[in-house]
Design a protein around this ligand. Structure first.
Ligand SMILES: C[S@@+](CC[C@H](N)C(=O)[O-])C[C@H]1O[C@@H](n2cnc3c(N)ncnc32)[C@H](O)[C@@H]1O
Ligand code: SF4
Length: 485
């Protein structure tokens, strides 16, 4: 069935509407700007705690094998497959990806993934239902379809796939041949995520990514017609040549397609890490205040058009499973961002993939070449490069940080019963005085044990979460993280 909104016209977003929306966000922008000198420091994104900057070589494949073998029978698993290839590169992109022209090399990568599924199965046994499965990258469909099909079949041969599993994949609309959506549906995919970033031609040109609005609309139509009804779209603010007006137009046009979820990221300009970003003309990058106006403008447009804000940077239709996860208090955060995945164990396969266990985290060898070497060098073992083990009260802090990042509130009586956070008591007053947090009694009556992030505080939720981060480097030390906004 074609989605009822597939042909919807762009909602009423005349120049007058847009001007009044932008005027409406001015007050919020002023309030956030005033706090930037105090809170604008570099902070982790808290897709894990402790953060990935703590990875070390003491946690290796042997340690991870212990964790996998120790899984209780029947424990659900979430699987992630990383494909570090793209069909075409974009100058703005910070991901570690490459175009691999030789089909033999891409097929060989698919074979390694098959092998890795077998190795995981060898360590866990078969009795673990897969409740969540995601392919990311790069662009996973740059693998030949036959290779992806073989991996999906192998997963089903080795593990039971839960009937209600979310099975999702990231797609590049510029490279989606028309026979692919029906094949993805056949393989069991029920959610896709499209990179869009911005719909305006001059912004696209400045970012090195040409993708017409018609092309994206056609891809959405094709995916829905193939029977995959859940659509995610990525947008970015802070890109070269973007203005508040231009991002408002993009947000309104994208909202008219009614994707179930939208992720709205701030552009990370890191040319010292990602050389292709040197193609970006820095004089066309919006400055801090302009970025803030853009962020708040997109927020206002998406809320106006029926989206519910989730956490730091997601917008969802109230009917989407992520809105339900917020209502139920079960939303979580992992290396792919916000997720409805409830499994306690996420096993990442492929180059650079990160796995998460109650005991700690591991990461596979980072590049395709190193991944291949690690797979060949140790034939029975997982290609783990490094990781971290949770120690002391890491798990308690991880739970508290997760609740704050996902639900913007936490009851310390519930998540950290009997646990004191002396460093928190020293700093929290400032956050309350600045209007970022409201304190109340915890569910067991503990004074000031309930923390609720205010609407103003949402922009600084990473700072608030960092109050519980024992490993946060002192202000002014070498930057390992990105700026809070
Ligand atoms: C793996 S890609 C998405 C799928 C597919 N490769 C595509 O581009 O359509 C991951 C997403 O990361 C985000 N991203 C990449 N580079 C970024 C940057 N420098 N700053 C912020 N977000 C970025 C983009 O929104 C992009 O859609
Ligand atoms: S945005 Fe997507 S297609 Fe472009 S380089 Fe990054 S991962 Fe590849």
């Amino acid at each position: 069935m074609v989605h009822p909104y597939a042909d919807a016209e762009v909602h009423g977003s005349s120049a007058v509407d847009i001007a009044s929306l932008i005027a409406g966000v001015e007050q919020d922008v002023e309030a956030i700007s005033a706090l930037l000198p105090r809170y604008g420091r570099l902070i982790p994104r808290y897709t894990s705690y402790p953060p990935a900057t703590r990875f070390n070589a003491q946690v290796n494949a042997a340690k991870e094998a212990e964790w996998l073998r120790a899984l209780p029978g029947g424990e659900a698993l979430s699987l992630y497959f990383h494909v570090p290839f793209c069909d075409e590169l974009c100058s703005f992109c910070a991901c570690n990806t490459a175009v691999v022209r030789r089909v033999e090399s891409r097929l060989a990568y698919g074979e390694l993934l098959l092998d890795e599924v077998d190795r995981v199965h060898g360590l866990t046994g078969a009795e673990h239902p897969i409740t969540h499965l995601h392919w990311g990258g790069g662009t996973p469909t740059s693998l030949p379809m036959a290779a992806m099909r073989r991996v999906m079949e192998r997963i089903r041969e080795r593990f039971p796939l839960a009937d209600d599993a979310e099975i999702s994949i990231e797609l590049d609309p510029r490279h989606l041949p028309e026979d692919v959506p029906p094949q993805l549906h056949e393989m069991g995919f029920n959610r896709v995520s499209f990179g869009v970033q911005d719909l305006e031609e001059d912004v696209q040109e400045a970012c090195g990514r040409r993708q017409t609005e018609e092309l994206t609309a056609e891809c959405i139509r094709a995916v829905r017609a193939a029977g995959i009804q859940a659509i995610n779209i990525d947008l970015i603010y802070g890109l070269p040549r973007q203005t508040a007006e231009s991002v408002a137009r993009t947000a309104a046009r994208v909202a008219a397609w009614q994707p179930e979820r939208l992720a709205v990221f701030g552009y990370a300009h890191v040319p010292w890490k990602q050389k292709r970003q040197r193609l970006i003309d820095e004089s066309t990058l919006p400055q801090v205040r302009e970025r803030l106006v853009q962020r708040q403008t997109i927020d206002a447009v998406l809320k106006r058009d029926g989206y519910q804000v989730v956490g730091l940077d997601h917008y969802v239709l109230p009917s989407d499973s992520m809105a339900e996860a917020v209502r139920q208090g079960t939303l979580r955060r992992n290396f792919q961002g916000y997720t409805v995945d409830k499994a306690k164990v996420l096993v990442g396969m492929g180059a650079s993939a990160i796995s998460s266990y109650p005991q700690g985290l591991t990461q596979n060898a980072p590049s395709a070449a190193m991944y291949k070497n690690a797979m060949k060098a140790r034939p029975q073992s997982r290609p783990v490069l490094h990781g971290l083990e949770r120690v002391g009260d890491d798990s308690v802090r991880a739970r508290v940080i997760d609740k704050l990042m996902c639900l913007l509130e936490v009851d310390l009586d519930e998540e950290a019963p009997g646990h004191a956070f002396p460093e928190l008591d020293r700093q929290i007053g400032q956050y309350v005085d600045d209007g970022l947090l409201v304190l109340g009694p915890g569910s067991q009556g503990g004074g000031n044990r309930h923390l609720k992030v205010t609407e103003l505080g949402r922009a600084f939720v990473r700072n608030i979460a960092s109050l519980f981060d024992e490993y946060l480097p002192a202000p002014g030390s070498a930057p390992a993280h990105s700026s809070a906004l």
